[in-house]
Write a protein that binds this ligand. Structure first.
Ligand code: 5AD
Ligand code: SF4
Length: 464
């Protein structure tokens, strides 16, 4: 029997990348195989993101394109999955006639039944969020191209309710995944030849797992996180640091990264754990969002500028060679010129190696949408965004220039886009390095001396 063809397009964060891989695993059981040709597909799924308005606009255009495809192939089934499905179910069903399936991030196991409903001439809809679903037992079908680095989801959802953020509404409450299944998945990746794994969660520092007594219910929530005493009372409680220790011990030549850390939860114990294991990569993504304590308070981030600075000092103390990257939102409700300057000032102080920078975009249902006025004019948001992008560019260049002449261990990931004779890899600090291939292959570790740079890339020569 010929298999049905599935075409998947993924937008948004790395979490969505893994979710698409979970969806492919579920559909392979239903005799689907992946195609990269939209025009050959029997089923098109678009895994969507709602974090900012422009992410949604991009997907809306694609949905129209899939609608045109449907005119050419009347049997084609089109599904919208992920965060937009969760948030915009009613609009999608009313306005987008070509959409047959609308499935939220916790309902992918229902895909076979929902496809059956479409076969029966109905729409397949499930946007119910779960308190438990982690797809722990599903082995994602890897869709990456290089087979060197991969993502592993360790928790889902978020309980933080930052004022601007839609994630707690689209992905539901926080829950952690069974560590046994995480370890098994990482081991399997290593055995397949992968040499780098990024552990993913909206707030990995609050990973929390309690082994249940026989017959009792397991707790994957975060009821007692941060309470060190709790750990002593109950040795079966596993925190993020403990999980990292376990994963780092799988193989010394398997690099481990993780994202995303929340400044209010990044503990010294975590930094000490990292310092003990050279394969825990020396780069920390620590979103600051703003350099102004007043803005952070309006954002409900749970820390002050001083507390953030204190976390940066701790990173420098325990991991002096680590780079720090961040996320910044500019033009949040009520942001004054002075508050904007505080962000620029903090950026200079922290010396971020890299930053994702965004204009504030009001999201439906969030605290900010309900309680604040989105009062910074778009022209001002744009100008401030340009200022932070410009400053970050200068700092990224400075950070790369400091590496001139230094030697790094680089994990080769794949061919360079610009030259077939070069490979691209990354240092433990997450800096991209281009170097001569010299018969080396993706997945190899190589020692490289830095000979030049741009703000985004190091250039180097292989040594030894
Ligand atoms: N507007 C702009 N940026 C946002 N982010 C989250 N919500 C919004 C929003 N409403 C950014 C934050 C977060 C990153 C993933 O996206 O910086 O860390
Ligand atoms: Fe959104 Fe804040 Fe949760 Fe990050 S920590 S996903 S910004 S609510």
């Amino acid at each position: 029997m010929t298999k049905k063809k599935l075409y998947v397009e993924t937008y948004g964060c790395q979490m969505n990348v893994v979710d698409s891989e979970v969806v492919v695993a579920i559909l392979q059981q239903q005799d689907y195989e992946v195609t990269d040709r939209m025009d050959k597909a029997d089923l098109i799924l678009v895994n969507t993101c709602s974090i900012r308005e422009n992410a949604e606009q991009k997907v809306n255009q694609r949905i129209r394109e899939f609608g045109r495809q449907k005119k050419k192939n009347v049997n084609l089934v089109v599904g919208v999955i992920g965060c937009m499905a969760e948030l915009l179910k009613d609009r999608l069903l009313e306005e987008e006639r070509s959409v047959d399936l609308v499935i939220g991030p916790d309902a992918y196991r229902q895909l076979p039944e929902l496809l059956q409903e479409v076969d029966n001439g109905q729409k397949g809809i499930n946007t119910i969020l779960s308190l438990e679903e982690t797809y722990a037992d599903v082995s994602p079908v890897r869709l990456d191209k290089n087979h060197v680095s991969s993502f592993v989801s360790i928790m889902r959802g978020c309980n933080n309710f930052c004022a601007y953020c839609v994630v707690p509404f689209t992905r539901g409450r926080e829950r952690s995944r069974d560590p046994e299944t995480i370890e098994r998945e990482v081991r399997e990746l290593y055995e397949k030849g992968y040499r780098e794994v990024t552990l993913l969660g909206q707030n990995v520092n609050s990973y929390h797992w309690e082994e249940a007594a026989p017959g009792a219910v397991k707790h994957s929530g975060n009821q007692s996180f941060g309470n060190e005493k709790d750990n002593k009372k109950n040795p079966a409680v596993l925190h993020f640091e403990d999980l990292l220790e376990r994963i780092a011990s799988i193989a010394p030549d398997l690099r481990i990264r993780f994202a995303t850390s929340h400044p209010k939860d990044l503990s010294d114990r975590l930094l000490q754990t990292m310092a003990k294991h050279p394969n825990l990569c020396r780069s920390i993504h620590l979103p600051v969002q703003s350099g102004s304590t007043a803005v952070l308070k309006r954002m409900k981030r749970g820390y002050t500028r001083k507390m953030y600075e204190e976390r940066v000092r701790s990173i420098r103390k325990y991991l002096p060679e680590a780079t720090i990257s961040t996320d910044i939102i500019t033009g949040f409700c009520g942001e004054t010129e002075e508050e904007h300057r505080e962000t620029l000032d903090l950026m200079k102080w922290a010396g971020f190696d890299f930053a994702y920078m965004f204009k504030y975009s009001e999201r439906p249902g969030t605290y900010a949408a309900k309680k604040y006025v989105d009062d910074v004019p778009d022209t001002v948001k744009r100008r401030r965004l340009n200022e932070i992008i410009q400053l970050q560019g200068e700092m990224s260049l400075e950070s790369k220039k400091q590496d001139a002449g230094k030697e790094f261990e680089v994990l080769a990931e794949g061919p360079s886009k610009k030259s077939p004779d070069d490979l691209v890899g990354r240092t433990s600090q997450n800096k991209v390095v281009v170097f001569g291939a010299n018969g080396l292959k993706p997945g190899h570790y190589v020692h490289v001396r830095v000979t030049g740079c741009t703000s985004a890339t190091l250039f180097g020569e292989v040594i030894g």
